[in-house]
Ligand binder design. Structure first.
Ligand code: S3P
Length: 188
């Protein structure tokens, strides 16, 4: 589903994946980057690399406000890369207006991945980097959906449902909807 048009003008391509925790940003992003021969960047991993602490340690030792500040710096750094890049943006980064503007301005295509909450809960059960889901994952994800949906909507070029689909299927849908050149893709 087409949501909004992109204002990006640069020649290197930045493909941005947004969505709630468990929507498939990292697994789809990694596979998409491999297929396109693009660099892959996950904003959580970039933050962790910068401060040499895990997301969970940052939340515990520095608090969420500081995590959000580090997240904004990581996104700004990723948007300065000169290589074509697939950027998986952690679920809460769109809460800040500055991040939404940055991503919208730099991306060739912003893809919002979504799945039913029951699917998100199943997929997030095993991950350690999600302290916000420790207490009540279903309640938290439902509330995040309410709080964040309009923000994802604001910057998304396309919305893609990942619930029933394999990673490979979603990758192909992103390539098709973002009209990424087949020549850019590595033929398997
Ligand atoms: C968060 C999402 C997580 C991670 C942190 C907070 C959020 O990233 O940044 O646990 O607020 O939605 P993923 O979306 O990659 O799981």
């Amino acid at each position: 589903m087409k949501v909004t048009s992109s204002s990006q003008t640069q020649t290197n391509s930045l493909i941005v994946l947004i969505g709630l925790m468990g929507s498939g940003k990292t697994s789809v992003g990694r596979a998409l980057a491999k297929k396109l021969n693009f660099k892959f960047v996950d904003s959580d991993e970039l933050v962790e690399k910068t401060v040499k602490l895990s997301v969970r340690e940052i939340f515990v030792q520095m608090g969420e406000v500081e995590f959000r500040r580090l997240e904004s710096s990581a996104l700004a750094e990723a948007c300065r890369f000169t290589q074509s890049t697939v950027l998986a943006v952690a679920g809460g980064a769109i809460l800040r207006q500055e991040n939404r503007t940055l991503l919208k301005d730099h991306a060739k295509c912003v893809v919002w991945l979504d799945a039913p909450t029951s699917t998100l809960v199943g997929r997030t059960g095993r991950a350690k980097h999600r302290p916000l889901l420790d207490a009540d994952p279903v309640g938290q994800l439902n509330q995040m959906r309410i709080d964040r949906e309009s923000l994802y909507q604001q910057i998304a070029t396309y919305k893609i449902a990942t619930g029933p689909f394999s990673v490979a299927d979603v990758v192909n849908q992103v390539i098709e909807t973002c009209e990424l050149s087949v020549a850019q893709a590595v033929v398997n």
